[in-house]
Design a protein around this ligand. Structure first.
Ligand SMILES: [Zn+2]
Length: 110
């Protein structure tokens, strides 16, 4: 699954999800960021920021502590996969689906 949103994960680039020092009024990052909701993995307790832009398009932002908290995710990373290519572990995907069904993650078309 390719998703431009995931590229920002993993590497400590200047464009981190939180605490961006250079707000860009043109792209209105605050507004976009406001659509992210924290979802906790019911198995490993990792908390990720989730936004849905369409029923098929789910954007998941992993923080470093979440990557370490999730056994499945960190196992895949240590096996050589890039964090940018992993959207979630299986149980987190279920937790996200559940959050969407409950309405705590709403769909916001971009
Ligand atoms: Zn997990």
């Amino acid at each position: 699954m390719t998703d431009g949103q995931h590229r920002e994960n993993g590497s400590a680039g200047p464009h981190l999800a939180n605490g961006s020092a250079a707000p860009d009024p043109a792209s209105r990052p605050d507004e976009r960021q406001a659509h992210f909701r924290p979802v906790e993995c019911d198995r490993c307790g990792a908390v990720v920021q989730v936004a849905k832009f369409s029923p098929q398009h789910t954007s998941v932002q992993w923080s470093q502590p979440s990557v370490r908290a999730c056994a499945e995710f960190s196992a895949r990373v240590s096996a050589g996969e890039q964090t940018a290519l992993i959207d979630s572990c299986a149980s987190l995907r279920r937790s996200i689906d559940h959050a969407v069904l409950q309405g705590s993650v709403e769909v916001f078309p971009p």
